[in-house]
Design a protein around this ligand. Structure first.
Ligand code: 5AD
Ligand code: SF4
Length: 480
């Protein structure tokens, strides 16, 4: 592709062929160096987009002749795929990489590599260059497809290899994928973000929004269904703006309908939706498409209109509530709402924070992902006054999580007696003969049943909601 797509361009066939040659070269180097396949350990931080990138990294490594391990101390190649969204994630990476210093001193042949969002920031790459001399390879989010070449240079050259080129607008198709799970698959439908929420680093490290071509997505989706994947999650920072850069334009709802029409027994999930672009049409599509999970991850971040404005979110509390109301009207209690919230955005007052609490009370979310604001260098919020001390923010945070715990507990009770279509994914924990399943809203229901049901969809009735899981029973008469 894509002459008909003005902004986005895919990596050329010539470049992919070049990388294939490097794949062969790495393969020759490592088979000459080791008697048996060397192991690679890929450690992933952050969101599902990073998980999906790591699956591509592992796909490429597999072709180069690597085996895999979760134990970094038995690996000949250790790759940290990093996250830059909050400082805490960055600190963990520095800590974990630092801990490998003496290991590397004693094991010269081990290659240590860092990639992902954190590396796409110049000041971080500089810090690695200066303070972590035992790191051999650093590459950014735009050049993941060049791993064979970069690794070859790291294995054979004398110099450390750094490539954090920003080739904005690029999409690499046809990269092999080694998926972590046999039933659940991540499928990126777009990359990057154009929203520039004032607190967020993502647009700076993942570049501008670009959509994959519909035919590439459909082909990968069909392949996953044929391979037996049952839960396929479409990924993008803001899936609601999918297709705006494609010609002809395609909406996210249209894409969902196309995928829903594909034959097979599977469930479609998607994340993340941005309230400013979430349309009534999308909600109607969710309600009408039988294979689309009735689960909406719709982060509102704050319940205060002033804070939302300062966050550059482009919607109000009222508009958010309107969307939730419409979604509940169409999908009822079956709909699972989840959301992200930031506590202690610069300049947020306790009164404004209380508006977040009141919004939480109104929406009855199944689950909330709550974060204390973390200052990200280079974002507009980093320059804003932030007078509230961390201890105070922690108190607010606790107030929020306590509230959500009570709401979740009362929400769990609402499931009593209800029957859900669930994907049976494995053994349960409630007892020897229990197996575990998930409903649309990702809630776990365990029931007594035969292990042969694992890997199928079943109707399960909730008998007793417990704290984190529910006890249920198989409903045999209802056909799916
Ligand atoms: N501080 C705290 N949380 C953040 N998020 C993004 N940037 C920051 C930040 N600087 C949160 C948002 C987003 C989620 C993925 O991470 O809630 O939705
Ligand atoms: Fe960050 Fe906002 Fe983009 Fe989400 S939509 S990735 S919070 S800038």
């Amino acid at each position: 592709m894509s002459e008909n797509n003005k902004k986005t361009h895919t990596v050329s066939k010539e470049e992919l062929d070049r990388q294939k040659q490097f794949t062969q070269k790495v393969s020759s180097v490592i088979s000459a160096s080791y008697d048996e396949k060397p192991k690679a350990c890929v450690i992933t931080y952050g969101c599902q987009q990073n998980v999906a990138d790591s699956e591509r990294i592992k796909g490429m490594l597999e072709l180069m002749g690597y085996d895999f391990t979760d134990n970094r101390l038995e690996a000949k190649l250790i790759i940290f795929n990093t996250c830059a969204v909050r400082e805490h994630a960055e600190d963990r990476v520095f800590g974990n990489v630092g801990a490998l210093k003496s290991y590397k001193r004693e094991n010269h042949d081990v290659v240590i590599a860092l990639c992902g969002c954190m590396m796409q920031q110049q000041h971080i790459a500089d810090k690695i260059k200066k303070s972590f001399p035992f790191v051999d390879l650093v590459f950014g989010t735009h050049v993941v497809h060049k791993l064979p070449e970069l690794l070859y240079r790291a294995l054979t050259g004398k110099k450390r290899v750094f490539d954090i080129t920003d080739t904005d607008g690029i999409i690499a198709e046809g990269i092999p994928v080694r998926r972590d799970n046999d039933a659940k698959a991540w499928l990126p439908i777009m990359y990057g973000c154009n929203n520039f929420c004032s607190y967020c680093i993502v647009p700076y490290v993942r570049g501008r929004e670009r959509s994959r071509q519909v035919e590439d997505i459909v082909a990968e989706f069909k392949c996953l269904v044929e391979q037996g994947y049952k839960e396929i999650t479409l990924l993008g920072q803001n899936v609601n703006s999918f297709g705006k850069d494609l010609e002809p334009r395609v909406t996210f709802s249209e894409l969902l309908r196309m995928l829903n029409d594909i034959d097979g027994d599977f469930r479609i999930r998607f994340m993340t939706s941005h309230p400013k672009d979430c349309t009534k049409e999308l909600i109607e599509t969710m309600a009408q498409c039988d294979k689309v999970a009735e689960h909406l991850h719709l982060p509102f971040q704050s319940g205060s209109n002033r804070v939302l404005k300062a966050m550059n979110r482009h919607y109000t509390r009222e508009q958010y509530l309107e969307l939730i109301k419409y979604a509940r009207e169409l999908m009822g209690d079956e709909l699972s709402i989840t959301s992200d919230i930031i506590v202690g955005f610069p300049g947020e007052t306790y009164e404004e924070f209380k508006e977040t609490l009141s919004l939480v009370k109104e929406i009855n979310a199944t689950q909330l992902f709550t974060f204390i604001y973390s200052k990200r260098e280079g974002t507009p919020a980093a320059k804003m006054d932030d007078p509230v001390p961390p201890e105070e923010k922690s108190r607010w945070f606790k107030e929020l999580t306590d509230l959500q715990e009570t709401i979740s507990a009362s929400q769990m009770k609402l499931h009593q007696g209800k029957t859900y279509k669930c994907y049976v994914y494995g053994k349960g924990k409630l007892g020897d003969n229990y197996i575990a399943a998930r409903n649309d809203g990702n809630l776990i229901i365990e029931f007594e049943g035969d292990e042969s049901l694992i890997g199928t969809f079943q109707n399960i009735k909730v008998i007793e909601p417990l704290t984190f899981v529910m006890r249920g029973e198989l409903v045999k008469e209802k056909q799916l």
